[in-house]
Design a protein around this ligand. Structure first.
Ligand SMILES: CC(C)(COP(=O)(O)OP(=O)(O)OC[C@H]1O[C@@H](n2cnc3c(N)ncnc32)[C@H](O)[C@@H]1OP(=O)(O)O)[C@@H](O)C(=O)NCCC(=O)NCCS
Length: 248
């Protein structure tokens, strides 16, 4: 297996206190988590196990199981409960949320995984969305940009020097996805207004990126682009590397 990417954020063994005006971001290297796949799967719920088992490639199955067990590990630290006791519910488009009594309901979170990394974001009572993408060459950048980005963004992309276009594409892409995920909708909601008047920025004449969202572009590791979006307010974001308790 290739070497795990080096995470550029400081490690933090125990989550610091999360105040209402703050948000926390955690990046974890999925291949640094040891242990048997069977044990990882055993720590998940039936539906998580079923989803893992549907994944065809063993590397993806393991990374999915690791990401979900880390999600449980992280949330459990904030809530002072056992990871295995956490229960999730899913919104109409698949956004997970905690089905916990008391304060647990108020802890909003989102996760994204790409390549060998996972990214988690958390905030109290504030919808949050996060997207992480491993930067890989894309042949049809202009076609995708024309479909998913507003004209100003697609034009901006064309003006970027060739060596930086791919990275810029992913920076725009992750911002869109992070906003979509904060809303708990799906990517089609950002299609250009001309194709469907239900689009969120239809008729505004503004790039989706300029609307009332607080979006922060992140770089957790070289070769990755990421963004986090908050649907309400402007929290102070602190980012860390999550050092898994199950690391070898
Ligand atoms: C969920 C979605 C918004 C993003 O999916 P993605 O980028 O493939 O995957 P990510 O790793 O960023 O996010 C997946 C996680 O988001 C969460 N999630 C799922 N649906 C969600 C939704 N509607 N809103 C917010 N979060 C969601 C889940 O926790 C999921 O993790 P899981 O696999 O552990 O269950 C998806 O609906 C989507 O639109 N995907 C399109 C992706 C695409 O076309 N990419 C092309 C890149 S060029």
């Amino acid at each position: 297996m290739p070497t795990a990417p080096e995470i550029l954020w400081p490690p933090c063994p125990v989550p610091p206190r999360l105040s209402v005006g703050e948000a926390h971001g955690w990046c974890a290297a999925l291949d640094r988590v040891g242990g048997e796949l069977a044990d990882l799967l055993g720590s998940l719920s039936d539906d998580e196990r079923t989803r893992a088992q549907r994944l065809h490639f063993p590397v993806n199955r393991r990374r999915y199981a690791v990401a979900r067990s880390l999600l449980r590990e992280i949330l459990a630290c904030y809530l002072g409960v056992r990871p295995v006791d956490l229960r999730f519910a899913y919104g109409p488009n698949g956004k997970p949320e905690l089905r916990e009594p008391g304060a647990g309901r108020d802890l909003q979170f989102n996760l994204s995984h790409s390549g060998a990394l996972a990214l988690f974001a958390l905030a109290w009572r504030r919808p949050v969305g996060v997207d992480l993408e491993e930067i890989r060459p894309i042949e049809n950048i202009d076609t995708i940009a024309a479909r998913y980005f507003v004209p100003a963004e697609a034009e901006l992309l064309q003006q970027i020097e060739p060596g930086r276009r791919c990275e810029t594409f992913y920076q725009l892409w992750t911002q869109h996805e992070a906003r979509v995920k904060a809303r708990g909708t799906h990517l089609d909601d950002t299609l250009p207004a001309s194709s469907d008047s239900r689009r969120p920025w239809a008729g505004s004449g503004q790039p989706f990126a300029e609307q009332a969202w607080h979006v922060i572009l992140l770089q957790p590791a070289v070769g990755y682009a990421a963004a986090v979006a908050f649907a309400e307010g402007d929290p102070r974001l602190h980012v860390y590397e999550w050092v898994p308790k199950t690391a070898p």
